[in-house]
Design a protein around this ligand. Structure first.
Ligand SMILES: Nc1ncnc2c1ncn2[C@@H]1O[C@H](COP(=O)(O)OP(=O)(O)O)[C@@H](O)[C@H]1O
Ligand SMILES: O=P(O)(O)OC[C@H](O)CO
Length: 503
């Protein structure tokens, strides 16, 4: 019996491979940065070949450093930055354009036209998404428009589309398997999440040929085998795939209806498990597929906060008030003010539930006595306020209150932030012992498919003791603080910078 599961976590800024043993313990890991290119303001692209090479490199490094034989890997799980779009030639395996990254705004005019043409409700009803450049569909259209002859080649069946999971699966299997999973398909804006099929009406709106789309499969099943040349001599089954936020939900074992997780990384992604029926949002949230396993699909509501941990990077690199992100915790603890300063980090607009792309950041409540520490504390608190905004929208949509917030991601290591989050929502915040739940989620999905772990109950026995932060603030005070935040956001939205004047 093989002894390990290997997880590939292909994130926006870096790619990692993590090897787990049967107890769910991390045995080895390797990481490599991925470069970004910004061809024009607001455009974000990556080289799909660089991603593929980086994935091979991290697999090799994790195996070599641990001394684990490739034949000892029972299965591979893939989790990935979602929505990022690649189109490649079926024969040569070469991408015909850079990968267009989820953050890129280059296809905003295509999304705006869909809205102007009156398709917003149809798109939301079918896909659960709000038409936006964020999702893959407009990115595919852009590539077909910008590469000479691409539309015709796609119609002839010579080009393939894939999100990162699909690209890696296709590469690892030597071009034998062109497939994605429900979670990634649900982020393309081409997939009907109700009947679980690519939607011909949506494809027609953007003139995208069905022939180029991957087969959609469950998040936990054997899709194919990595060919020995790509897996260092072994034929290893690729057995789990899920978008990174969904993998984090699964890694947290937030598998019951009403369970909520928040991953505090560069951005913050809050997801509520809503069970086996899609629930459309009236409050600016996205409806998405959480996972498809054993023939059943589970749905989620999701709110994305664009600026979370990256606000700490701004304090470090832009404002230069801290040298390292974790220092924000000591600084916040040293602040003596009464939380009267608010920082609204709307650096690239406001995400869920506001969706205001014109808004820009603002600071409120400064006095002559405001210190650097107060400023850092207020910036850190903005992560918690923004997360509460999303949880409020979830409550408005479902009537459910978060009973316990499961947290993970790099910034969840900040104890001040976790305590403040618990105070603000007046509910316990439970931090996973291993905050890298994305990679473990993909490992669980793969491990279940190959029988490495027998069932969810077995997975539950693997989880180490989490850290729990209980609410310590009187409810009235938490409400007052939150009211202050709401008025700060409102004021931020009123201010429209003079773009011509380049403020
Ligand atoms: N102790 C900390 N306090 C606050 N922010 C932190 C802390 N440690 C890391 N961060 C922030 O978390 C982010 C990194 O988290 P990670 O989960 O690795 O993100 P991603 O997966 O998006 O790359 C960075 O933006 C960093 O500034
Ligand atoms: O790679 P991350 O962790 O920044 O996650 C990106 C999200 O999947 C985008 O939707």
């Amino acid at each position: 019996m093989s002894k390990y599961i290997l997880s590939i976590d292909e994130g926006t800024t870096s790619t990692r491979a993590v090897i787990y043993n049967k107890k769910g313990e991390t045995i080895a890991q390797a990481q490599r940065e991925i470069s970004m290119s910004y061809p024009k303001p607001g455009w974000v692209e990556q080289d799909a070949n660089e991603i593929w090479v980086a994935v091979q490199a991290v697999i090799a490094t994790s195996l070599i450093q641990s001394g684990i034989q490739p034949t000892d890997i029972a299965g591979v799980g893939i989790t990935n930055q979602r929505e990022t779009t690649i189109v490649w030639d079926k024969e040569t395996g070469l991408p015909i354009h850079n990968a267009i990254v989820w953050q890129s705004r280059q296809t905003a005019p295509i999304a705006e036209k869909l809205i102007a043409d009156g398709h917003k409700d149809l798109i939301q009803k079918k896909t659960g998404l709000i038409p936006d450049a964020y999702f893959s569909a407009t990115k595919v259209r852009f590539i077909l428009d910008h590469v000479s002859g691409a539309q015709q080649r796609a119609e002839n069946g010579d080009l393939l589309f894939g999100t990162i999971d699909t690209w890696l699966l296709w590469k690892l299997t030597g071009g034998a398997v062109h497939a994605t999973d429900f979670t990634n398909a649900s982020r393309t804006m081409m997939f009907d999440i109700n009947n679980l099929k690519w939607d011909s009406e949506l494809l027609g709106l953007l003139n995208i040929p069905l022939k180029m789309l991957p087969e959609v499969r469950q998040s936990s099943e054997v899709y194919g085998k990595a060919i020995p040349i790509h897996f260092f001599g072994a034929e290893v089954p690729i057995a789990g795939m899920a978008g990174d936020q969904q993998a984090a939900l699964f890694g947290q074992l937030a598998l019951d209806q009403g369970d909520v997780k928040n991953t505090y990384g560069t951005g913050s992604f809050i997801m509520m498990n809503t069970g086996n029926q899609p629930k459309l949002s009236n409050n600016g949230l996205l409806t998405t597929i959480a996972y498809g396993i054993k023939g059943e699909v589970t749905y989620a509501l999701e709110g994305s906060v664009f600026i979370a941990g990256s606000a700490m990077q701004w304090l470090r690199d832009g404002m230069r008030v801290i040298e390292r992100s974790p220092e924000s915790e000591t600084m916040a603890n040293a602040s003596t003010n009464e939380n009267e300063v608010y920082v609204v980090p709307a650096f690239t607009g406001l995400g869920a539930p506001y969706w205001d792309s014109e808004a820009r950041g603002a600071v409120f409540g400064l006095t002559r006595g405001t210190t650097r520490e107060d400023f850092v504390k207020a910036t850190l608190q903005s992560l918690a306020y923004q997360s509460k905004d999303v949880m409020e929208a979830m409550h408005a949509d479902t009537g459910l209150r978060v009973a316990k917030l499961h947290v993970d991601g790099g910034a969840s290591l900040n104890n001040y932030l976790m305590q403040f989050q618990a105070d603000l929502i007046q509910k316990p915040v439970v931090r996973a012992a291993n905050v890298e739940t994305t990679a473990i989620g993909a490992a669980y999905l793969a491990g279940l498919a190959v029988g490495f772990w027998s069932d969810i109950d077995e997975l539950k026995t693997l989880v180490n003791q989490p850290t729990e932060f209980g609410s310590e603030m009187p409810a009235e005070q938490a409400d007052e603080l939150y009211d202050g935040w709401i008025s700060a956001v409102e004021a931020t939205q009123v201010f429209k910078p003079n773009r011509k004047g380049q403020i």
